[in-house]
Design a protein around this ligand. Structure first.
Ligand code: PGA
Length: 237
């Protein structure tokens, strides 16, 4: 199972260091063997050694250069980072990254062998148009993406479920994951309002290989509880 925390624009560097240290202690004390990924804010990156994999929420498709406000491969390498989140709905819909931008970024970091967590998911108005339209929309988010890339992880995150406290039904998650599994053999995470109260049920579903957690992951004890659930469920699955 893969348990990932997207910290978004939260937690300073000092807070993030404490946060990651607490997770490391938890993994050690409880002999957890799950894969744990944490995506801190850009200025909270630090050198880190341990079981937790630190990734970036974004970087530009460049080694370095004139791209004001962006960071590139050189900056990631300084912190030993080899994991990147690409296609998150907030970058698609708030920042305005297009599928072409994402493909360019994907290919750049793929060529460097990075682990890529690639996010897909539909907005509410698309979902309301029915299953067929919804799958068409999500399929377009796979365009140009090497779905058989060995270091790829896909996260299905319905836009309307992110940060809203609303989730699809468990049956809907199973149905969509089944369809998405046909598009790529990569591990498939569910994300969007995963909390301690629903994580166990979501993790236990067929076709769910882990979770990507935003708001609820800001509480380190909640995030650790979800890691513990994953460990329990992995043993049962
Ligand atoms: P959420 O965010 O858990 O707050 O819904 C998930 C995400 O954006 O990855």
């Amino acid at each position: 199972m893969i348990i990932a925390a997207n910290l978004k624009t939260n937690l300073t560097r000092a807070e993030t260091t404490k946060y990651v240290d607490e997770i490391e202690n938890f993994l050690e004390t409880n002999s957890i063997s799950q894969e744990v990924l944490v995506f801190p804010a850009m200025s909270s990156l630090n050198l880190h050694e341990g079981k937790v994999t630190i990734g970036v929420q974004n970087a530009y498709a460049t080694k370095n250069g004139a791209f004001t406000g962006e960071i590139g491969q050189d900056h990631l390498e300084e912190f030993g980072i080899k994991t990147i989140l690409i296609g998150h709905s907030e970058r698609r819909h708030i920042i305005g990254e297009t599928q072409d931008d994402l493909v360019k970024k994907f290919n750049f970091y793929k060529d460097l062998g990075y682990k890529i967590v690639y996010c897909v998911g539909e907005p509410l108005e698309v979902r309301e148009q029915g299953q067929e339209k919804m799958m068409e929309y999500i399929s377009a988010q796979y365009e140009g993406i090497d779905t058989s890339y060995e270091n790829l992880i896909i996260a299905y995150e319905p836009v309307w479920a992110i940060g809203t406290g609303i989730t699809p039904t468990l049956e809907d998650i199973v149905t969509i994951h089944k369809e998405l599994k046909e598009k790529s053999p990569a591990p498939l995470l569910y994300g969007g309002s995963v909390k301690v109260s629903n994580a166990k049920d979501v993790l236990a579903l067929d076709g769910v290989n882990g979770i990507l957690v935003g708001s609820a992951a800001l509480y380190v004890d909640h995030f650790c509880t979800m890691i513990e659930y994953a460990q329990m469920i992995k043993n049962q699955k």
